[in-house]
Design a protein around this ligand. Structure first.
Ligand SMILES: NC(=O)c1ccc[n+]([C@@H]2O[C@H](COP(=O)([O-])OP(=O)(O)OC[C@H]3O[C@@H](n4cnc5c(N)ncnc54)[C@H](OP(=O)(O)O)[C@@H]3O)[C@@H](O)[C@H]2O)c1
Length: 232
């Protein structure tokens, strides 16, 4: 079963890729850098997903037309700057929205034009897109928009199950960046700083295993759903 995974080079995407390869699946990974497992079942495309117009042509060159992608994991994401929204320049917001939202639209539109519809497209979301904590600015806006992207495409792509999945806290580079932010200024981060090194912030391999174990329950959900893995 060939899979496409964006942001496969690090963090959750790398863990999802390793698990898929261990199950014997073929993975088409898209990131700026390589994971480089040396396995022939892993095909890697170096692609900057902020360059929206280049995404579809690059994917068409990368994935042969006769390869039927079974599942697609739209996982690549950036945090942007934690700050008051009024302090963020429009360009900073645009970059986060381009990578976290519009790149995913470009991939879904490319998929929709292919002969074979994937069984499932999972968009990796975040609780930040629902709770609206102080300082989460462009990231929170992008994940809220991502959730709606899943809901809207569910009407248009009846052969594909679209899910927006919040994975919960994961000990990755993204959380390391959050630990650099002053909790006095943004108190909602206190919980994240405290969770580091505890069971409340598992590593990416643990979260990928939880997602894999949850697949039977996830596949039963209505297309367009937003789900928090911790509440499944
Ligand atoms: N970590 C958490 O606690 C947490 C919680 C909730 C949701 N999430 C979500 O989970 C997903 C994965 O997060 P993570 O923590 O694993 O992040 P991460 O460790 O920072 O990894 C991000 C991945 O996205 C790729 N990426 C970033 N910018 C890109 C670009 N311009 N073009 C192509 N690829 C790009 C990176 O690859 P390159 O740098 O090689 O391009 C990398 O593979 C994200 O959508 C994030 O919002 C994370």
């Amino acid at each position: 079963m060939p899979l496409l995974i964006t942001g496969h080079s690090r963090g959750l995407g790398a863990a999802l890729t390793r698990r898929a390869l261990a199950r014997g699946e073929i993975v088409y990974g898209v990131s700026r850098s390589a994971l480089g497992t040396g396995q022939s079942a892993l095909h890697e495309l170096a692609c900057d997903l902020s360059k929206l117009a280049a995404i579809a042509p690059a994917l068409s060159r990368f994935v042969p037309a006769d390869v039927a992608l079974d599942e697609v994991w739209l996982n690549a994401g950036v945090l942007g700057r934690i700050a008051n929204l009024r302090e963020l320049a429009q360009e900073e917001i645009n970059t986060v929205m381009d990578i976290n939202v519009w790149a995913n639209k470009a991939v879904i539109d490319w998929l929709a034009a292919r002969a074979h519809a994937p069984k499932r497209v999972v968009l990796i979301s975040s609780g930040a897109g629902v709770v609206g904590n102080h300082g989460w600015g462009a990231y929170a806006l992008s994940k809220a928009a991502l959730n709606m992207l899943a809901q809207l495409y569910a009407h248009e792509l009846p052969a594909t199950q679209l899910l927006a999945l919040a994975p919960g806290l994961i000990d990755t580079d993204m959380q390391s960046a959050l630990r650099e932010v002053d909790i006095m200024r943004f108190p909602a981060l206190k919980r994240l700083h405290a969770a580091h090194g505890s069971a409340d912030m598992p590593d990416a391999d643990t979260v990928a295993a939880r997602i894999e174990a949850a697949m039977p329950r996830l596949s039963a959900l209505a297309s367009g759903s937003f789900i928090d893995l911790r509440k499944l």
